[in-house]
Design a protein around this ligand. Sequence first.
Ligand code: ADP
Length: 543
Amino acid sequence: MSGERILVVDDELNIVDLCRFALEQEGYQAQGVNSGRAALEILAADPFDLLVVDIKMPDVDGLTVLRRARTLDPNLTCVVITGYATMDRTIDALRLGARGFLLKPFGVEELLTTVDEALAQRQREQERIRLRAQLPIWEIGQAQMTEGDVESLAEHLLFTLVQQTGAEGAGIMLLDEKGDELSVLSAVGLAAAALKGTSVAAGQGLGRQALESDEPLILDLHQRDNLKPAWQGIVVGCQAEVLVLVSMRTRKRSVGLLCLGYPPGSTAIPDSERTLLSIMGRQVASALENARMYALEQQRTLELSRALKRQEELDRLKDEFIRNVSHEFRTPLSLILAYAELIGSGDLGEVNTEQQKPVHIIRECALLLKTLVDDMTLLLDLQARKTTRDLVAVDELVRGAVTSFQVLAERADLVLSEHISAPIPPIWAEGPYLRRAVDNLLANAIKFTPAGGSIDVTLCARDDCVVLEVADTGIGIAAEHHERIFDRFYQVDGSIGRQYGGSGLGLALVKEIIERHQGTVRVTSQVGQGSTFAISLPIANPL
Ligand code: ADP
């Protein structure tokens, strides 16, 4: 061991010099004085690791120096120099915490052994405290895992604190959101019941000082008259003589105070114990903060799952309503359509030129409504029905769809072409639904591509998938709509006076159908440049 700071105090200067010389030779930083008064001045100004002090000195004796020095620094280690005449006071010095004594006359060897031993003892003590700190930290961690709510966790933590610190009672005071008030969350030990729920101001004064202090604040309650009445209430509740307030700090802020009530004479809490208390303050703070966050999270999860359930119930009711309404719409709509066609055909009497347009409008509108009702019913059925698949030749299916849209494309002055690279393996699918998906993409491509444009349908097998692409040179879709166009009723141009017809269900149906086949549908598009819708279906589709 070397480098420790040692102060030698003896009224005999030759002893001081001898000790200082011997200690410095050994590698210590030694300083020496020949009076108790001078020693106290030096100790007040500078920290030392070891004090070697003569018991019998004329002005301030060794015992007084030792007592005062330990109030200044409770961790200071001490060795007393004594003679036969002062043996009784040596015992008092040992009671005061001296770690060894040197009987006059003593030799250099004796001095060095005693100093060495005292410093080694001090180091062992520090090590013991460091190890002791591990236990409460472990226990706090355990409590965090086992206690469900913040209050029982707080109580568990307080029992650990009382056990580990020698305090007679302890409490946790939590700071409110605004940082104005500290309220006792939990207390154990003396008068715990009386303390619960008590609160004090935290904006200024002792509360603020304790919250902001890095060190535990130690209050001798004999001086309680200086305290504000609210704090006096806490002090009386604690029934202790010494109250220690430790700020409970998380990484961001202080969340409250740990209050520990100690028995009389506990004001000289050693540094190591203070450090332990500060560590515990942080541990308790993070344990409580975690528990609070966990409780909040649980509450949020509960609320979310309730909201989800409500939403599911609403969705179910809505679907049921739509299914019923659609069903009720079907018959009258079919009748309107049939009569409009009958009137339009002239079978019920001649239709003059003025009447032809309204009849045509009635037919078109009824048709649009029928498509909407059919799409809606199909969508709901798809979600409710079990899948029944057959082996489907997708190339034939796509060829069929392209052929049936040729007339519409020509009428719109568009070039519709197919590019099917052979061979395309058949896949297990629900043929009619798949055809419906392809039809919807083709219908959209025709609807949203101005005259003179083109539509290319490409089919190929790629990476265990059959990939179908419908690419048009139409109006395109801005990126912010790419996700949402697959939602029910979502239309990029949702205005009342829409330019293009449609129900907003076409792509929702495509998505539903393709996902039923474990496939995916994606869009790439740029406004004014056209759009490409790509469907990818796994070849080895499970039944
Ligand atoms: P709609 O009945 O309106 O066509 P869809 O669900 O089929 O409903 O399509 C939703 C919206 O996506 C359309 O209203 C349109 O704004 C946009 N859209 C779909 N396909 C295309 C396309 N090929 N080109 C441009 N916009 C398209």
